[in-house]
Design a protein around this ligand. Structure first.
Ligand code: FDA
Length: 404
């Protein structure tokens, strides 16, 4: 695949392709190589000038490309069983074997996350090579104006480079997050055009914003990070939480944002893994300094803010059991109401999307329209933070590519 040396418009229009894939992102590249290896003539269309923009910037430029622990419970989907088949047929081990064959240097970080050791573009190069070997062709910088079904004979796409025809059409156009990387609602429009239901979308893996006095307090602490356990709707994540000028961010908050709904509170345990009540009783008995004790866990600026909010004496010798219980509760169940999420521009992913009840979990073909397929993030499948979203892109793409 050479973006610079793209074939001419006439070439794209001259044949009826076995498969056209819309979207040269993670899922589109993987699916095209899989189908190409099976002898299919595959054309990938993308309106962006370069393939795989999200892979390039992901993981701070090092792409957290999979997670060794990826399992169905790491995904949010209205139809939770849907993800099982593809993930079991293409587990993270398979993708690791692929990058190993290409000699990619990568490293394992906490919680099973795998990152490129050097640059995310090393991974893009691997996918490009796979596509080249599978003789996949690309029409980049190509806008799709219309998709017309040809009654049992596939589809005709009206594009900025003329009409293109295919027997099978795969929508791998991703979702709404990061519009500046050419994200669009194309996939949802096509789904609706062909009678498929689209589950309402909202930003996921996104910072949570606050208003009023909380906004001011958090803004004053911007840049500080704490290790916490955050809970909402019976889900909990223990990771770092970051104060920002808009509210809260960091891995713990991004994770819980997948479950948070407008109007919900989030509960924060500021001293996770600690039996705080027993510790407070020990502080009282030893007559040691409670404020100093807090400073052994938190940056001083946060302790100060906390004690302004919830004043407590430095010595707890006069505090009764009930007062200590209240103190422990405040520290371990800090209840906050975010005002809104940070929006699609700050969201790593989009929750909701094409209803998986309308899609075969084996082939990813639409149950309503033969020869039309949906893969990757356009579907109502969203992974947690940690390489799970790319793993879904690879797994859904391979399942589909093998069925085309
Ligand atoms: P993807 O968005 O990758 O590709 C869609 C393609 O379709 C794009 O090339 C786009 O240009 C094209 N397209 C869209 N509309 C079109 C139209 N109308 N016509 C033609 N083409 C069109 N995940 C993870 O597992 N680990 C990580 O480290 C990160 N990090 C990360 C950072 C940031 C900042 C973001 C925004 C996202 C992540 N993610 C992530 C999520 C991950 O990037 C995402 O889930 C996958 O890229 C989804 O792959 P898809 O191929 O489905 O869509």
């Amino acid at each position: 695949m050479k973006e610079e040396k793209q074939a001419s418009t006439d070439h794209f229009a001259a044949e009826t392709w076995d498969v056209i894939i819309v979207g040269a992102g993670a899922a589109g590249l993987m699916c095209s190589a899989t189908a190409g290896y099976r002898g299919k003539r595959v054309l990938v269309i993308d309106h962006a000038p370069k393939a795989a923009a999200k892979i390039r910037i992901s993981g701070g430029g090092k792409c957290n490309f999979t997670n060794v622990n990826a399992a169905p419970e790491n995904y949010v989907c209205s139809n939770p069983h849907f993800v099982k088949s593809a993930l079991s047929r293409y587990p993270s081990r398979e993708f690791i074997d692929l990058v190993d064959r290409h000699g990619l240097e990568y490293e394992e970080r906490e919680l099973g996350k795998l990152f490129c050791s050097n640059r995310a573009s090393d991974l893009i190069q691997i996918l490009r090579t796979e596509c080249d070997w599978a003789q996949v062709e690309f029409a980049l910088k190509t806008e799709i104006e219309k998709v017309i079904s040809q009654e049992g004979e596939g589809f005709r796409l009206r594009t900025s480079q003329g009409d293109m025809r295919c027997r099978k059409l795969v929508i791998a156009s991703g979702a709404l997050s990061f519009a500046k990387l050419k994200a669009s609602d194309f996939g949802y429009r096509i789904a609706r055009q062909f009678g498929l239901n689209v589950i309402a979308t909202r930003p996921g893996l996104v910072p949570l914003n606050f208003s009023g006095k909380w906004l001011q307090r958090f803004s004053d602490l911007a840049g500080l990070s704490l290790d916490v356990r955050v809970s909402c709707r019976e889900r909990s994540f223990q990771e770092a939480m970051l104060f920002t000028h808009q509210g809260l961010s960091g891995p713990a908050i991004l994770q819980i944002s997948n479950y948070w709904r407008h109007g919900d509170s989030i509960e924060i345990d500021l001293l996770p893994n600690l039996d705080v009540l027993s510790e407070l009783k020990a502080i009282r008995q030893q007559n040691s300094n409670f404020h100093h004790w807090l400073n052994t866990f938190w940056p001083k600026r946060f302790t100060q803010m906390w004690l302004n909010l919830y004043p407590a004496p430095a010595r707890l010798s006069n505090a009764g059991d009930e007062a200590l219980e209240t103190l422990a509760e405040q520290l371990q169940r800090w209840s906050l109401y975010p005002s809104e999420d940070g929006g699609y521009d700050k969201a790593e992913v989009t929750l909701g999307g094409v209803d998986t009840n309308e899609i075969s979990s084996k082939t990813f073909e639409s149950k309503r329209c033969a020869n039309l397929y949906f893969i990757g993030e356009v579907l109502d499948v969203t992974g947690q933070l940690g390489g799970y979203n790319f793993q879904w892109a690879w797994a859904s793409a391979v399942a589909c590519g093998n069925a085309l």
